[in-house]
Design a protein around this ligand. Sequence first.
Ligand SMILES: NC(=O)c1ccc[n+]([C@@H]2O[C@H](COP(=O)([O-])OP(=O)(O)OC[C@H]3O[C@@H](n4cnc5c(N)ncnc54)[C@H](OP(=O)(O)O)[C@@H]3O)[C@@H](O)[C@H]2O)c1
Length: 243
Amino acid sequence: MSGDLRSSHTLVTGATRGIGRAIVDILVQRGEPVVGVARRADPTFPGELLLADLFDAQARRQVLARAAGTWPVLRLVNNAGFNEMQALGEIQDEAVTSILDLNLRLSIDAAQALVPAMRAAGAGRIVNMASRSLLSRPGGSVYSAAKAGMVGLTRSWALELASAGITVNCVAPGPTATEMFKRNNPPGLARSEAMVRAVPMGRVGDPAEVAGAVDYFLSPQASYTTGQVLFVCGGASVSQTHF
Ligand SMILES: NC(=O)c1ccc[n+]([C@@H]2O[C@H](COP(=O)([O-])OP(=O)(O)OC[C@H]3O[C@@H](n4cnc5c(N)ncnc54)[C@H](OP(=O)(O)O)[C@@H]3O)[C@@H](O)[C@H]2O)c1
């Protein structure tokens, strides 16, 4: 079974930059095949790259069906996500739709497209990307709710799939140096600086530090680990200082 997992393809959504790319790099460095999904072409991408706007329900179902029909994908990383900070009273319907679509609906569609092959193989791995924000995110409650939802999916799927040899786990990063982080927390803003100060380690994480946790959950050695949430957050999830 271990051999099958390592030689099967891993599908990573949001694969060309940030945390997704760091996950891809770890797998490819070990010679494991990867299928990535992003909107824009990337000539440096070291695996198969499918282009689709995953906000678009039809486009995402087509691209997932194509991946499932083309490669033996036994591992899935539901990494793509979206956030827009909007405080209660200012929350726009459009933002709610985008945040729920790219975090929850996409993850559900991807699992439904790929689990049949995992069941047939009797082995599989799903890793869902949550966020430390699932604990609380004043000014970003919809994102917090969506990421808490990723934990609900993880724990429920873990039970549904346990007897099929498929594990489902979740990684919850704290502030991590990616384009999304810089976009939502522009350097120089008091709110951004307070957030970094509130991390007990006093710094943002590197995407590779998050990718290492994902890599463990994807590994054959993680075969008895399912339904778990691992915070990779410089201690922010156990601190009493909130951001
Ligand atoms: N960075 C953090 O501080 C942090 C903290 C906690 C949790 N997270 C979570 O970690 C995950 C990755 O975040 P990140 O910071 O690494 O993001 P990022 O740096 O913004 O990377 C985004 C990746 O997703 C792709 N992407 C974005 N929107 C897409 C769409 N609509 N359709 C297809 N591909 C799309 C991008 O490629 P294209 O632009 O070409 O589409 C790119 O490959 C997310 O779920 C996020 O919520 C991040």
